[in-house]
Design a protein around this ligand. Structure first.
Ligand code: GTP
Ligand code: K
Ligand code: MG
Length: 444
């Protein structure tokens, strides 16, 4: 892929530095550099520049005081074969805060070195043509992945699953466009052979069908990135917080025998069979004059409305609740150790204290989450992709209309190509780069 000539050359001349590992005390921390001064930084801090891509053990020194700062493994990754396409360096230092601070300060003392913005290494890799936009997003998702299925989906995207599909559609539409344009060039106005559009139209329709199929995925890719939200709702003392704690296997929420204990919305993520589930405990629902509790109830209802699944809890000792929710609902009869569910009860009986029904509940949540999130094989994983593909699809829909004059047909094909190009960042990227890369973590 050719490098992209955007107005980012000035920024590219600076050398950027970031702590690539987490900002916590650890055995080893990795400092990452990209830019033209990388080699000079290595020579200044580590004495000499090591062989390309080989680990070398060096004493790192402060260039101002010559004091030894750490013993570290250093790497030299010359461009253009590096991750970012620029010269790069890495320092694998001991992961103490003071060590990291001292080495960063020493590097920042060197002219034209500065701390990196979030996603700036990937942004430079994109601008150098080392990866396309959807592949870069795959990297960000891989770093953010918390469950097995999120990892699988991110890896597929980083490896170019979406890019390859989009590139295939682009190539076929470019061929179609070339044929239409060639005919237009060689014919007088009004004298374009009808057979041309007839020959090309079915091929365009086939691409159109494949894009429509990729979009008709129940938004599984986007939802897998975001997680499946499960809201625990019900009357005060129905046992919501006790169930929340039981599912999380820790005492995350306060439980007491006093109705109205929970006021805030408590939210934690849970990994069920590789599926990312966001479990939410809420305030018990009842009419009250207490302003704090009222606000808690308002938030509870709001979260339940937007949930992927509501667990509607009922207990023998709690007042009955509205039986219909806007979101899909699973009714739970709680405290089954104290009193069995009535025969007419349609739902699952659970006891958070005795453990009855908990495994079945987890299975039921997993089934619904799997249905909603898929298995990590969706192509479209972001609203950004969807918008671009919908634009392309709309243009193709117009294009394949019968009796369309070839000039207009060609224009629709061009619009569709633009839409596809936005997915991979081949066209019209200036306005989306900040939006895409600012959500990345520092050091990527
Ligand atoms: N025996 C038994 N007691 C339970 C069970 N679940 C909850 N309880 C008890 O019921 C009472 C209320 O439990 P909570 O979990 O605080 O109920 P809640 O729905 O979160 O209540 P609020 O936050 O006030 O709305 C506590 O005394 C719990 O110990 C259960 O499965 N079995
Ligand atoms: K309670
Ligand atoms: Mg509670």
């Amino acid at each position: 892929m050719a490098s992209r000539d955007l107005n980012e050359n000035a920024a590219a001349r600076e050398t950027i530095l970031a702590l690539a590992t987490g900002p916590v005390r650890s055995a080893v921390a990795i400092l990452r550099l990209s830019g033209p001064a990388s080699r000079f930084v290595l020579e200044t801090i580590a004495g000499t520049c090591p062989d390309p891509r080989r680990a070398s053990l060096r004493h790192l020194r402060s260039p101002t005081t010559n004091e030894i700062l750490d013993h570290a493994l250093v790497f030299w990754f010359p461009g253009p074969g590096s991750f970012s396409g620029e010269d790069m360096a890495e320092f694998h230092v001991h992961g103490g805060t003071a060590v990291i601070g001292a080495v960063i300060a020493a590097i920042l003392d060197i002219p034209r070195c500065r701390l990196a913005e979030p996603g700036e290494f990937s942004r430079r890799a994109f601008l150098a043509g080392r990866l396309d936009l959807s592949e870069a997003e795959g990297i960000a998702d891989l770093v953010d992945a918390e469950t097995e299925l999120q990892r699988r989906q991110a890896l597929r995207q980083m490896d170019g699953a979406l890019s390859t599909a989009v590139q295939g559609w682009r190539d076929r539409l470019v061929d179609c466009l070339a044929e239409v344009e060639a005919e237009l060039d060689f014919s007088d106005e009004g004298d374009v052979p009808d057979h041309l559009a007839d020959a090309v139209r079915p091929r365009v329709a086939a691409v159109r069908c494949e894009i429509a199929a990729a979009l008709a995925d129940g938004r599984r890719g986007e939802r897998l990135r975001q997680g499946f939200t499960v809201v625990i709702a019900g009357a005060p003392n129905a046992g919501k917080s006790t169930l929340f704690n039981r599912l999380l296997q820790r005492e995350a929420a306060i439980v007491t025998a006093i109705p109205g204990t929970t006021r805030d919305v408590l939210e934690t993520s849970l990994d069920i069979d590789g599926l990312p589930v966001i479990l939410i405990d809420t305030a018990g629902l009842r009419s009250t004059e207490d302003v704090v509790e009222k606000e808690g109830i308002r938030r509870a209802l709001l979260r339940a409305e937007g949930a992927d699944l509501v667990l509607a809890l009922e207990a023998f000792d709690s007042p009955p609740q509205p039986s219909s929710w806007a979101a899909p609902t699973l009714r739970l009869w709680t405290k089954s150790d104290l009193r069995q569910a009535p025969d007419a009860f349609e739902g699952l009986a659970v006891s958070s204290t005795a453990g009855e029904g908990i495994a079945e509940l987890l299975d039921a949540i997993a089934d619904r989450a799997r249905e909603a999130l898929g298995n990590g094989a969706a192509l479209v994983t972001r609203e950004r992709h969807r918008e671009a593909l919908v634009t392309a699809l709309a243009a193709l829909d117009r294009g394949v209309e019968l009796d369309k004059p070839p000039e207009l047909f060609a224009e629709d094909l061009r619009l569709a190509l633009r839409g596809l190009g936005r997915v991979t960042g081949h066209v019209g990227v200036e306005d989306i780069l900040d939006r895409v890369f600012s959500s990345f973590c520092i050091g990527k």
